[in-house]
Design a protein around this ligand. Structure first.
Ligand SMILES: Cc1cc2nc3c(=O)[nH]c(=O)nc-3n(C[C@H](O)[C@H](O)[C@H](O)COP(=O)(O)OP(=O)(O)OC[C@H]3O[C@@H](n4cnc5c(N)ncnc54)[C@H](O)[C@@H]3O)c2cc1C
Length: 317
């Protein structure tokens, strides 16, 4: 079922969902199941599965460092299929511009059709670690807008090199990213919102936001988006802080601000277990206020261990 239909069916009730990251290549999927099992009690209608870009790894060979380009966390679509089968839940693979040619994207989408995966999250992806700026893959897309267009074209039977005349067209429900504190490369929030509007105009059905820790930023973002004519559901992404290093890491990687009250509470913690508790309490408070505001879904970034998301869900769902 499409995410937008799940939202309609909920009839104003706020839904619970979360995002997971595939395990490192070679690790068993069982650990992922162990983390997801306790969260299924809260009946998520969908689970997102991230895609990681290829990256350079260095291996010593004959005294020299051998540089190889590899994907350390492959398997997004396999995991989506496996979770759908095991838990009877909708899964949303993240589809990236970076690292994929248009043809590879087309084949991935064909696989999604066969697996009856109806939702995809269309993203540009970040620059590779050693690159300062995002460089499009040869034969791939530069911006998420182009990816949205390719998916929408397929929904209309227009594949890259042929038009398929069929009454059995795909009808992917397309999610895109939004940034309450603007994307790090955007010159202003307003120009970033214009780009978001382009994605929606090209066929995106809903928006999931980057993490944020101050709800006022989300409320202002939604208002500005609505003023601009972005009328699709906007789903807040919530990340419970879990370790002290997040105070530096999250602003550095995601360019998000952390409110002083939260910084003070984390800094006062003696152990990482205390930090985890502070993160859970902050996320519960944020979630309650967002639910009151009427968000359609509360979407959590679980990033591995799920005990904190479980603690939050227990209070809310
Ligand atoms: C909910 C969510 C899930 C994510 N999941 C993943 C994941 O699984 N894997 C992963 O690698 N990354 C993921 N990311 C990170 C994302 O890939 C990065 O934030 C990336 O840098 C931007 O992706 P985007 O789709 O927002 O790009 P875009 O929408 O293409 O925007 C990128 C930048 O370009 C600007 N821009 C857009 N169009 C144009 C144009 N025509 N001309 C000039 N500028 C333009 C935008 O303002 C923005 O600054 C996720 C992010 C979010 C919020």
């Amino acid at each position: 079922m499409k995410i937008t239909d799940h939202i309609k069916k909920a009839n104003g009730r706020t839904l619970f969902s979360f995002e997971i990251v595939p395990p490192v290549k070679g690790k068993s999927i069982q650990e992922l199941y162990n983390n997801i099992d306790p969260l299924m009690e809260f009946k998520p209608p969908f689970i997102d599965v991230t895609t990681s870009r290829e990256e350079y790894i260095y291996k010593e060979k004959d005294g020299l460092l051998d540089k190889k380009l590899t994907r350390t966390r492959p398997g997004t679509l396999g995991i989506c299929a496996s979770l759908k089968h095991k838990y009877n839940v909708d899964t949303v693979p993240h589809v990236l511009c970076g690292g994929f040619t248009k043809e590879e994207t087309e084949y991935l989408l064909v696989d999604c059709q066969y697996l009856e995966i109806e939702n995809v999250m269309a993203l540009r992806g970040d620059a590779r670690k050693e690159e300062k700026y995002f460089t499009p893959t040869q034969g791939g897309h530069q911006y998420a807008t182009e990816l949205v267009k390719q998916i929408q074209d397929i929904n209309e039977g227009n594949y890259l090199h042929d038009t398929i005349e069929t009454s059995d067209l795909s009808s992917f429900c397309i999610g895109v990213a939004g940034y309450p504190e603007k994307h790090m490369e955007a010159p202003s929030l307003q120009s970033d919102l214009k780009r978001l509007k382009e994605k929606v105009d090209l066929g995106a059905d809903y928006v999931v936001t980057q993490m944020f820790f101050d709800n006022q930023k989300f409320f202002a973002f939604v208002e500005a988006a609505r003023e601009m004519g972005i009328n699709v559901p906007i789903i807040p992404g919530i990340k419970p802080i879990a370790v002290k290093q997040h105070l530096q890491l999250l602003p550095q990687v995601f360019r998000v601000d952390i409110p002083q009250d939260l910084i003070d509470a984390v800094e006062a913690c003696k152990t990482n277990q205390d930090v985890r508790q502070v993160g859970v309490e902050w996320a519960i408070q944020q979630s309650r206020e967002l639910r009151e505001y009427g968000v359609p879904v509360l979407h959590y970034y679980s990033m591995g261990k799920s005990d904190n998301v479980e603690a939050i869900a227990k209070e809310l769902f």
